[in-house]
Design a protein around this ligand. Structure first.
Ligand code: FE2
Length: 190
């Protein structure tokens, strides 16, 4: 439901715009761009990998990666999520970053310091957990890494709920929204 995350800091209006307009525009643009080309019947992941770094396919990369990134972002959210993970995942976060608090500090810092539009990520890079940030549509897939968790830090992601306060949006995500079950399933499949 569009209002499912209202008690957790994300208004229905955010989903009406971010999902209903921004995400939809990337899907519509991509479908138009690949129509009649050899990419039309490829998987989204194949389109992203085939177009990354090719200036003649910049529009296809930007729109395909943004479709994938947004789907991944919606799955990174759940009502009443956030806080520290538990079990095996907690042990892996502690092993990689020292503690949940250190993870949180590093992830917040990546999300806050991505200048302009982009994304903050928790990734598995050849089995090593890392925090990264990417500009615009760029994502871990393009860099051969496995995405585990993401936060959209484009201004359109937080302006309705938090206006210009990106740090408040980041805190809210970490405290109330992170879907650790999704992270654990991505890690198990990595
Ligand atoms: Fe977005």
């Amino acid at each position: 439901a569009m209002d499912a995350l209202e008690p957790y800091g994300m208004k229905a209006e955010t989903f009406e715009y971010h999902y209903g307009k921004h995400h939809k525009a990337y899907v519509d643009n991509l479908n138009k761009l690949v129509e009649g080309t050899d990419l039309a019947n490829k998987s989204l992941e194949e389109v992203i990998k085939a177009s990354f770094g090719d200036p003649s396919k910049a529009g296809i990369f930007n729109n395909s990666a943004q479709v994938w990134n947004h789907t991944f972002f919606w799955n990174s959210l759940k009502p009443g999520g956030g806080g520290a993970p538990t079990g095996d995942l907690a042990a892996k976060i502690d092993a990689a970053f020292g503690s949940y608090d250190k993870f949180r500090e590093e992830f917040s810092n990546a999300a806050a310091t991505q200048f302009g539009s982009g994304w903050a990520w928790l990734v598995s890079d050849n089995g090593t957990l890392k925090i990264t940030k990417t500009p615009n549509a760029e994502n871990p897939l393009a860099h051969g890494q496995t995405a585990l968790l993401t936060l959209d830090v484009w201004e359109h992601a937080y302006y309705i709920d938090f206006r210009n306060a990106r740090p408040a949006f980041i805190q809210n995500f970490l405290d109330k929204l992170v879907n650790w079950d999704f992270v654990a399933s991505n890690l198990a499949a990595a």
